[in-house]
Design a protein around this ligand. Structure first.
Ligand SMILES: *[C@@H]1O[C@H](CO)[C@@H](O)[C@H](O)[C@H]1NC(C)=O
Ligand SMILES: *[C@@H]1O[C@H](CO)[C@@H](O)[C@H](O)[C@H]1NC(C)=O
Ligand SMILES: *[C@@H]1O[C@H](CO)[C@@H](O)[C@H](O)[C@H]1NC(C)=O
Ligand SMILES: *[C@@H]1O[C@H](CO)[C@@H](O)[C@H](O)[C@H]1NC(C)=O
Length: 463
């Protein structure tokens, strides 16, 4: 899924590349046995894997000593995978080439096993490593080659690579990559800033202005805002968090023209290389060696719940004041307002699955996290009440949502392969609008039995 310029201070998003799996022949779907014949399954794999493959270095059974650590390694949202999680995968397969992936798919389908494909494990609802039906994880942790062609300004990135690995690979070139948007740009120094204003310091008025200004800024400048209760809990704070593709001096003149009310000063600006800016937005302390981008383990992995909205009309001052009240209720909650516009508007709504383009001002991510052992329900209830509160201010018919901030509250498949197009439309139209029907027709052509599925996958629609 291509995402509009998405960077986040709290967690790095995984590159989600489309994995094309070619099923040579569709084996009988009557193999829906819940009891898997393990020796038969492993025999199938060893007969189909390329002859040089050592099965034990690619296939982990629940008996393998490293099974649990491998399972947890990329499980990014702890509360979803507690020890009481009903179903663990039966196997974890870590392919290193396409032939192993094809063999895994063929043998799984033949033995009535579902497949979940995991890259970095950032799926918000854990759908890349959890399932209720018997399943295995195709874990792409070893499938992560990055091949950068500086002359052609292109890169091939395997689906298991993290953004950090890609950014690190780009660091020695003059190229950058705005996560999720498939273009390359040549970049020298960039400038970043984070400027915070509380309600007492004028945040309400500034947010009124920001809503009109941010979606219409020059392509080189993005200013997003993180809204949350200030640490004192007595007020709300808006943090204006910005990336400018150019020098601090040029940024100051652009800001003076476009958003003078923020009062940006030279000392707020930090000039750095593009790759260092990716570390800045991911919250690494300044001076952290670049090699930290290669580390697939993040410190302080918190449980979280999130959901999203799109906004087409600026929220009134009265609405903003109501929102501040909601944020003061829950100091662990926050909203990230991410402006749209710019290059996002240059693509038509029907050209890619992502439909929230021209006419949208910004995306909101509603987010809350909590410590291990805390009562998850309390936080989930709060985010649901926030979602309900913002209803009058966001898109409707359908209310929009962003797939990468997946939320099973919007609805879920419960009938295994049988979910109807109508049922799935409840969430499908939110994520894809008019593109949902076309996606379902494609699904009907390539996977009419709905073998590849999850709780919010696209159902097959037969023409
Ligand atoms: C499991 O598969 C093996 C190999 O195909 C076969 O010999 C065995 O009879 C099967 N076991 C059961 C219980 O079906
Ligand atoms: C896993 O361990 C169980 C219990 O010791 C055993 O019955 C089973 O055959 C083992 N499976 C594999 C694939 O080694
Ligand atoms: C990766 O990050 C984790 C968490 O911060 C840390 O414990 C670990 O030592 C790091 N690993 C390497 C190789 O730097
Ligand atoms: C799906 O439909 C098939 C065929 O009608 C049926 O046999 C199966 O039980 C259904 N599965 C679920 C989970 O509803």
């Amino acid at each position: 899924m291509a995402s509009p310029l998405t960077f986040s201070p709290t967690f790095s998003l995984q590159l989600s590349a489309v994995l094309l799996l070619l099923l040579s022949s569709s084996s009988s779907s009557s193999a829906a046995a819940t009891l898997i014949n393990e020796s038969s399954f492993l025999l199938c794999l060893s007969s189909k894997f390329p002859s040089a493959t050592h099965l034990s270095s690619v296939v982990y059974t629940q008996n393998s000593s490293s099974f649990d650590s491998l399972l947890q390694f990329s499980a990014q949202n702890p509360y979803l995978s507690t020890p009481s999680t009903p179903n663990k995968p039966l196997y974890i397969i870590t392919p290193v080439n396409e032939a192993q992936i094809q063999a895994s798919v063929i043998c799984s389908k033949r033995h009535g096993l579902q497949i979940r494909v995991r890259s970095g494990g950032h799926d918000y609802e854990g759908l890349s490593y959890l399932a209720l039906e018997p399943f295995l994880i195709l874990d792409l942790i070893e499938y992560r080659a990055i091949d950068i062609n500086v002359g052609e300004r292109t890169a091939w990135v395997q689906a298991g690579a993290t953004l950090g690995e890609l950014y690190y690979g780009l660091a020695s070139t003059s190229l950058g990559f705005p996560a999720g948007v498939c273009t390359t740009l040549g970049l020298g120094a960039v400038t970043v800033f984070t400027v915070s204003r509380t309600v007492e310091e004028g945040a309400t008025g500034l947010m009124g202005i920001w809503q009109n200004v941010a979606p219409r800024l020059p392509d080189e400048l993005v200013i997003r805002v993180i809204l949350q209760a200030a640490t004192t809990r007595s007020t709300v704070q808006a943090s204006f968090n910005s990336l400018y593709l150019g020098s601090a001096q040029d940024l100051l003149s652009v800001m003076k023209l476009r958003f003078p009310e923020l009062g940006l000063r030279a000392e707020d600006c930090q000039q750095m290389s593009w790759v260092d800016s990716t570390m800045y937005f991911d919250g690494f302390p300044s001076g952290t060696p670049r090699e930290a981008l290669l580390n697939r383990t993040k410190s302080g992995r918190n449980s979280f719940k999130a959901t999203s909205d799109f906004v087409v009309e600026p929220i009134s001052e009265e609405g903003l004041r109501g929102l501040w009240g909601k944020l003061l209720e829950e100091p662990r909650g926050l909203m990230i307002w991410e402006p749209l516009g710019g290059k996002i508007n240059a693509v038509s709504e029907t050209e890619t699955p992502f439909p929230h383009r021209r006419g949208n001002l910004y995306n909101i991510q509603h987010y809350v996290n909590w410590d291990a052992g805390a009562d998850a329900q309390r936080y989930i209830d709060w985010i649901r009440s926030l979602y309900s509160f913002v209803t009058p201010y966001v898109t409707r018919n359908p209310r929009g949502a962003y797939l990468n901030y997946k939320d099973l509250d919007l609805g879920r498949n419960i009938n295994g392969p049988n979910t109807s197009y109508e049922t799935a439309s409840v969430w499908g139209l939110k994520y894809f609008k008019g593109n949902f029907r076309r996606l379902a027709l494609v699904k009907g052509r390539v996977d009419k039995d709905n073998y590849f599925r999850n709780e919010q996958s696209i159902p097959p629609l037969l023409a």
